[in-house]
Design a protein around this ligand. Structure first.
Ligand SMILES: NC(=O)c1ccc[n+]([C@@H]2O[C@H](COP(=O)([O-])OP(=O)(O)OC[C@H]3O[C@@H](n4cnc5c(N)ncnc54)[C@H](OP(=O)(O)O)[C@@H]3O)[C@@H](O)[C@H]2O)c1
Length: 218
């Protein structure tokens, strides 16, 4: 069983992932930036740790994650401003890369974005910035020595999903339920042989565990 530190534990994906991990017998530590979120996390069984990823340096991130063997980065600025997008979606993972080394662990799961997202629409500067910051983070994580998985979901929908999905190194762009993203993260965490892979993810017909097993490296 793993101890998983979730950055973004209170978000649409993170607040679904915590309970799924707990139900499967894992231990969960959740980073939250607003003091009032501690009670809700604790009530769900997630150990709350207070911190703002914009302010934290790698040592503080490592301190917050103490005891974890796995780190999940699912935080995001969520359109709250260009500078916050740079600081959270771009700089955040770059700082987080250093934490596993300080802790003597190696496993990092980064929730990124589908590269073709928004291609059908007229370009909007702040969305282009968001996508380039996501890519900047992907490049840094993929260049690290960690046992990383970069998960690139399509447009996120606020529903639970059906337990099925389509995933692979290159798939057709589509939307995906936040519940499906959370279940895919759970399945990936439970399949550590999938490592150093970029996985695109959309809603689809394949049972999630089966789809993750098909990614498994020999
Ligand atoms: N929206 C889409 O269609 C889409 C598509 C593909 C990928 N993604 C990516 O998928 C990931 C998960 O999405 P989501 O829907 O779960 O996002 P979300 O609901 O907006 O949650 C974002 C999380 O990040 C946390 N956060 C924000 N700023 C922070 C800070 N300064 N320090 C610490 N935590 C901070 C939030 O905390 P609070 O509760 O305090 O706000 C929340 O827990 C994000 O990385 C997002 O960019 C999104």
């Amino acid at each position: 069983m793993a101890t998983v530190f979730i950055i973004g534990a209170t978000g649409g994906v993170g607040r679904r992932l915590g309970p799924l991990l707990l139900q499967s017998g894992h231990t969960v530590i959740g980073l939250h930036r607003k003091p009032e979120q501690a009670g809700e996390l604790a009530a769900s069984g997630v150990a709350p740790v207070h911190g703002d990823i914009i302010e934290m340096d790698p040592k503080q991130i490592a301190d917050a994650a103490k005891g974890a063997d796995v780190i999940v980065f699912s935080a995001g600025a969520a359109g709250s401003g260009v500078d916050r997008t740079t600081a959270i979606d771009g700089d955040g993972p770059l700082k987080v890369i250093e934490a596993p080394q300080l802790l003597g662990i190696s496993r990092l799961y980064l929730v990124s974005a589908f590269p073709e997202a928004g291609r059908q629409a007229e370009p909007v500067a702040k969305f282009e910035h968001y996508m380039s910051e996501k890519k900047r983070a992907d490049v840094a994580v993929a260049s690290s020595d960690l046992d990383w998985v970069i998960l690139r979901p399509g447009l996120l929908l606020s529903d639970e999903g059906t337990g099925t999905a389509t995933m692979g190194p290159a798939i057709i762009n589509n939307s995906v339920a936040r519940g499906t993203v959370a279940r895919t993260l759970l399945a990936l965490i439970e399949q550590p042989s999938v490592r150093r892979e970029i996985v695109e993810l959309t809603d689809g017909p394949t049972p999630i565990k089966e789809a993750v097993a098909a990614l498994r490296q020999s």
